[in-house]
Design a protein around this ligand. Sequence first.
Ligand SMILES: NC(=O)c1ccc[n+]([C@@H]2O[C@H](COP(=O)([O-])OP(=O)(O)OC[C@H]3O[C@@H](n4cnc5c(N)ncnc54)[C@H](OP(=O)(O)O)[C@@H]3O)[C@@H](O)[C@H]2O)c1
Length: 213
Amino acid sequence: MAKILILGANGRIAKLVETELLAKTSHQLILFLRNADRLKSSDDKREKIIEGDVTNTQLLEKALTGIDLVYANLAGKNIAQQAKSVVTAMNLVSVKRLIWISTLGIYDEVPGKFGKWNHQMLDGGYLETYAAAAKVIENSDLDYTIVRPAWLSNQDIVNYETTEKGEPFKGTEVSRKSVANFVVQLINEPEKESRHSVGINQPNTDGSKPSFY
Ligand SMILES: NC(=O)c1ccc[n+]([C@@H]2O[C@H](COP(=O)([O-])OP(=O)(O)OC[C@H]3O[C@@H](n4cnc5c(N)ncnc54)[C@H](OP(=O)(O)O)[C@@H]3O)[C@@H](O)[C@H]2O)c1
């Protein structure tokens, strides 16, 4: 049993991860989010809720007390600032293991027509800031795993394959449920994919854009 801190706990993938962890593991969960009244604990014996913004490094440092692993499911224009705060707070309390949700395209690793489309859709702020956030994490001494999902769907399926940094990205889309499943695997086997940046996609979804576009 481990104590897991979930940052951005009201996020869509984070909620799927929470449900799966409660159902299939005995881990203790600390749910960290803004506007905490949006979330109710599903199991008071195993969950604690902390209201906060991750850019508040001091609060984050307190939330990290006794934590074994941090799973960050964050978003926003200031994502690089959020990454700096997470790395700083984790260093201050010597918590090492971090799972960080990022996006496809941060290394210009998406090939072909879809790669061009992805740039058209995500350049001009998003890809640049997510790339900067990933750099902050990769430049740290943390045992990180950066997860780079393809375009996210809400399909009720778990079906995925992964690629490593340096390999061309595969496919165009993946379900949030698949990403959640992968995150739970990483939580349960914390040495897996340590200091790696992993692309995740649904097999056989190659094309010039995701099926829902
Ligand atoms: N859409 C796609 O196709 C796609 C593809 C690849 C990757 N991604 C990325 O994958 C990530 C996870 O996806 P998702 O669907 O689970 O995202 P999501 O539902 O938007 O969740 C992100 C969470 O981050 C929280 N957050 C943002 N800034 C915060 C801060 N300063 N302090 C605390 N919490 C903060 C948000 O909280 P609030 O609710 O308070 O705003 C939100 O709940 C996102 O970064 C997304 O951009 C998306």
